[in-house]
Design a protein around this ligand. Structure first.
Ligand code: ADP
Ligand code: MG
Length: 414
């Protein structure tokens, strides 16, 4: 069957189901409203106000997958491994929109040559209602693009504002910061080349290391320094495989995109997401527009080695170790706003061996707070005392005799 015959055939079938004498208007759009039609299910879900429409049912027909019928009151599961994703829907959406009936039917015609032809038939009983549906849909798409740039898209919670941290706020051992930065920028730059070659394009960075040494900080810097879409998940009780699917598919559809998986070990620990599932999803992930997964973990030991040792999952692993003297000194100098003397700063850098960067920073903060509470100007002794006190706390915490709250934030949103 030729493409032409296919279209003719489908059109007459669609027309037959929507007779003009029953008040139907029928349209065919071939690759026209591309920007909205793929996102129609997402739009309906997001606009899901009963006052707007009574019912919407979409029948997904995935290649090789058979049919999945669903009511648009929840998000569909991304079908494993096949890369079938939310916006790839085919099938029917029937809805009542502001009193009128609208029916969308989206299909792919059989391939003729290299391009796939996407067809959408539209029928409505009220052209004005269709127009309002369309307008709202386009607005949704526009808004989504807009918020994406300004915010970090959090799948299972409210979006986050972009952080403000810069590369200059980060202190890492020699060359490590430049390496991460260059690798990330290379990812952004490589996109046109991959696109031209039609290659799926993805990278994975894994940040490991004990808490409080900059894994989250670097993720924040990336979110703040580059105007690239970013999708993340919060580790909460509502994190399950379906939510993960949604994160992956959202990232793919907003590529080039950074998918940030914070505290990966906790994600897998949550039990609602199995490691096998995560691995499969990572393996199946591919996208010609470029996607980069940045995952962090304080406990790489809790992760399956399979996650670490397969290049297609994480091709770069960076370890954020406890800082050495040079890094502690650099951080103290960078954050020394109270004007502690060089000698005191150096003493603190020496005395804080075994501190995480978060604790080093905490030493400065508590020294300044101590001065503030005593209503005096901060002097070197405040810093000496703060380091000594923290040292005791850290020791007690690590020997388990007392629980101290660690100063570092947990997760990206904190
Ligand atoms: N390498 C670093 N350079 C500068 N500040 C750091 C560094 N590591 C940690 N910090 C400070 O400690 C805080 C907590 O670190 P974070 O990046 O959340 O640790 P984690 O490695 O556990 O994700 C940061 O917000 C920052 O203030
Ligand atoms: Mg962290």
């Amino acid at each position: 069957m030729t493409l032409h015959e296919f279209i003719k055939d489908e059109r007459s079938r669609f027309r037959a189901r929507h007779p003009a004498e029953d008040g139907w208007h029928v349209h065919l759009c071939a690759n026209s409203y591309m920007s909205f039609i793929p996102k129609a299910p997402a739009f309906l879900r997001s606009a899901l106000k009963p006052a707007d429409f009574d019912e919407a049912i979409v029948t997904h027909i995935f290649y090789d997958q058979g049919h999945v019928r669903e009511r648009l009151t929840y998000l569909p599961r991304m079908l494993r491994g096949k890369g079938a994703i939310e916006y790839d829907w085919q099938g029917d959406i029937s809805l009542k929109w502001r009193g009128a009936r609208i029916h969308l039917r989206r299909l792919w015609a059989p391939r003729e040559g290299p391009t796939a032809h996407e067809l959408t038939f539209i029928a409505t009983t009220d052209l004005a209602a269709l127009e309002s549906f369309w307008k709202e849909g386009l607005r949704f798409c526009k808004q989504r693009r807009h918020t994406f740039i300004r915010k970090i898209n959090v799948i299972n919670g409210p979006d986050l504002p972009r952080p403000k941290q810069r590369w200059t706020d980060v202190v890492l051992p020699d060359g490590m910061k430049a390496q991460i930065r260059d690798n990330f920028e290379a990812f952004l730059k490589a996109r046109p080349a991959y696109k031209e070659m039609g290659l799926p394009y993805r990278r994975g960075f894994l940040f490991i290391g004990p808490p409080g040494n900059g894994k989250t900080l670097v993720s924040k810097v990336i979110a703040s320094e580059y105007r690239v879409n970013m999708v993340t998940l919060l580790i909460k009780s509502n994190l399950d495989e379906r939510t993960m699917d949604q994160a992956f598919s959202t990232a793919v559809h907003n590529a080039p995109c950074v998918l940030l998986l914070e505290d990966l070990d906790k994600m897998v620990d949550s039990r609602q997401v199995s490691l096998a599932y995560l691995l499969n999803t990572l393996d199946g992930l591919s996208c010609p527009e470029g996607i980069i997964v940045i995952a962090t973990t304080n406990n790489p030991g809790r992760l399956d080695p399979a996650l670490l040792h397969r290049p297609s999952r994480f091709d770069r692993v960076w370890e954020f170790k406890l800082p050495g003297f040079a890094e502690r000194l650099a951080l103290l100098k960078l954050k020394n706003r109270a004007g502690f003397s060089d000698a005191a700063v150096e003493r603190a850098a020496k005395a804080s061996q075994g501190f995480s960067m978060a604790y080093v920073q905490e030493a400065l903060t508590s020294a300044m707070l101590a001065a503030l509470h005593a209503k005096v100007k901060a002097v070197d002794a405040h810093l000496d005392t703060a380091v000594a006190q923290l040292k005791v706390q850290i020791k007690e915490a690590s020997s388990g005799s007392a629980a101290v709250g660690s100063p570092q934030s947990i997760g990206f949103s904190a």
